[in-house]
Design a protein around this ligand. Structure first.
Ligand code: 2AM
Length: 196
């Protein structure tokens, strides 16, 4: 199955972003974009692609430990950006170093469970709002998000999500996301934002 580890903002936070996204959808060309469903919005920590069933027990044990070792931390949605003409995203501020640390631990957990992970790249935390196909310039969308500032929330769990690719062949159909595991973040000292 196709899995990724993630953190998800609470409803009160996605509600604010949904209001901003509704404004974005008024911009020219928005109909050419594939908008992610609000209930699937997340920050990917580690994308694991196809995970063999026999790797699951070790993976979940390691993710449990990764979560346990990481104290809860605070984030807030802030602004947005785009990856070329492919991905429009909302950004994040707050204890981003802690998010980065958790992403590194989720990636390490997957590697130690024997999964073939992509080469580590610079982790760029983002919440994908919409995907483009090259037809629409995403800059006006990112510009329109620049002033967006959401309420802070406490990240207190790591989730494992199964992504099922659409089989229907209907163009633009979105993958289905199903939470298959969730682990509370551990207690203990908070991670200073400067800790990297
Ligand atoms: P995203 O975070 O930019 O949206 C499920 O596909 C999730 O894993 C998505 O959130 C997706 O990107 C992320 N992801 C990271 N690397 C990926 C890859 N190589 N293929 C598909 N999805 C990937």
């Amino acid at each position: 199955m196709r899995l990724f580890a993630a953190v998800r903002p609470p409803d009160a936070v996605t509600e604010e972003l949904a209001a901003a996204a509704a404004e974005l959808k008024r911009l020219p060309g928005s109909g050419t974009l594939r908008w992610a469903a609000r209930d699937s919005w997340h920050f990917t920590l580690a994308f694991m692609a196809e995970v063999p069933r026999e790797a699951l027990p070790d993976l979940t044990a390691r993710l449990t430990r990764a979560a346990h070792r990481t104290p809860p931390f605070t984030l807030a949605l802030r602004g947005g950006g785009h990856f070329g003409d492919r991905v429009l995203w909302a950004g994040v501020t707050g204890e981003v170093a802690a998010l980065r640390l958790l992403a590194g631990r989720a990636d390490a957990a997957a590697r130690k469970a024997g999964l073939a992970m992509e080469e580590p790249r610079h982790y760029r935390p983002h919440l994908t709002l919409a995907r483009g196909h090259g037809a629409t310039d995403l800059r006006p969308y990112a510009d329109a998000l620049a002033a967006f500032a959401g309420a802070p929330w406490t990240v207190d769990e790591l989730i494992l999500v199964r992504s099922s690719l659409p089989k229907s062949g209907v163009p633009g159909e979105r993958p289905r996301h199903e939470t298959v595991g969730r682990w509370p973040l551990g207690g203990g000292a908070r991670v200073p934002d400067a800790a990297g």
